[in-house]
Ligand binder design. Structure first.
Ligand code: HEC
Ligand code: HEC
Length: 272
């Protein structure tokens, strides 16, 4: 009898230990088992967050932080096109991050004079970031800039709509994915760049259904998927009553363009 009790207590402790281990390791275990997708732009966002970039450039790089003494009286944001014109290309973006400004500006006495009047100046991060972190920051800022747009008019209209409707707040800049989503299968909102998208969108019909209904039949009718769909705290809104069919077509064209990735070559060209 005694022996049996000992045996059971021992079992109980082993079980408790295993459960604790699983809970502690869950995010890692999940990442390992579920093929979690992290795009460079998403990593770049996280680097920006822990590097304090948003304290000056506004939450999510939205801008609007007062900078008395400067021409615009504000620190530029990363989005909206115009401010990004100050950095000509990726090489200049890197220089901004590493040295506080590109050499052509830092060596210009007029610029030196000018920034002396500013309350906030861009710090040099050279000794504080690795090459990879800088690459990721550039990917994030480029995606966030709203400057990489399709030339096809329908897809370009889709891009405008995506900005206006706030698709990127949930799906990340240019659908780079990753904002947290408690209760969902992988724990984050899926992007439009890689294998998550391939699993979730198998045809244009499904893509259209996602946007119209916030859901697709294939997952709605699947018992396990259904459980996660109901459980996730952030859900895909159903846009069908708020958009015309033409607008939905435009969004489909844009999401397809992002997923095909011709813009990645544009990024590479800019980097050279
Ligand atoms: C102390 C405030 C401050 C912090 C922190 C800061 N910046 Fe800046 N940043 C500025 C200011 C001010 C400018 C405008 C400089 C200019 O016009 O030459 C600027 C300009 C830039 C530019 C070029 C302008 C543009 O939008 O193209 C980039 C890119 C940039 N910052 C990225 C970053 C990144 C990435 C981080 C974090 C690693 C960061 N900044 C942190 C103040 C800051
Ligand atoms: C409030 C947050 C939110 C907004 C806004 C939002 N989505 Fe979603 N979207 C989600 C979530 C969460 C999922 C995953 C849902 C699931 O698995 O049930 C999703 C799924 C999708 C999918 C399918 C899978 C994938 O890889 O992304 C597409 C495509 C999509 N959304 C496109 C859009 C478009 C286009 C817009 C803007 C018109 C948009 N979403 C706006 C949260 C959002």
């Amino acid at each position: 009898m005694r022996q049996l009790a000992d045996f059971l207590t021992e079992r109980a402790w082993t079980l408790a230990f295993l459960v604790a281990l699983f809970v502690l390791l869950y995010p890692y275990g999940r990442a390992f088992v579920l093929n979690v997708e992290v795009t460079p732009a998403r990593r770049g966002y996280e680097v920006a967050l822990r590097s304090g970039c948003f304290t000056c450039h506004g939450p999510d790089g939205i801008g609007g932080v007062k900078n008395p003494g400067s021409e615009d009286e504000e620190v530029p944001g990363f989005a909206g096109g115009v401010p990004m014109m100050w950095a000509k290309d990726d090489a200049e973006l890197r220089e901004y991050i590493l040295d506080g400004a590109p050499a052509r500006k830092r060596q210009d006495p007029e610029y030196q004079q000018k920034i002396r009047q500013w309350l906030l100046v861009m710090p040099a991060y050279r000794d504080f970031l690795s090459d990879r972190e800088v690459d990721d920051l550039v990917a994030y800022i480029r995606a966030r800039s709203d400057l990489i747009v399709p030339s096809d008019p329908q897809a370009a209209q889709g891009h405008e709509l995506a900005v206006q409707l706030g698709c990127f707040h949930c799906h990340g800049p240019m659908g780079s994915g990753g904002p947290p989503n408690p209760g969902s299968f992988k724990g984050y909102i899926p992007g439009w760049w890689g294998h998550d998208f391939r699993d979730l969108v198998r045809s244009d019909d499904e893509l259209r259904q996602w946007i119209r209904e916030g859901n697709i039949d294939r997952l709605r009718n699947h018992p396990v998927a259904r459980w996660f769909i109901d459980r996730q705290r952030v859900y895909m809104p159903a846009y069908k009553d708020f958009l015309t069919e033409e607008q939905i077509d435009a969004l489909v064209a844009y999401v397809r363009w992002v997923n095909r990735g011709p813009w990645k070559q544009e990024l590479d060209r800019a980097q050279r």
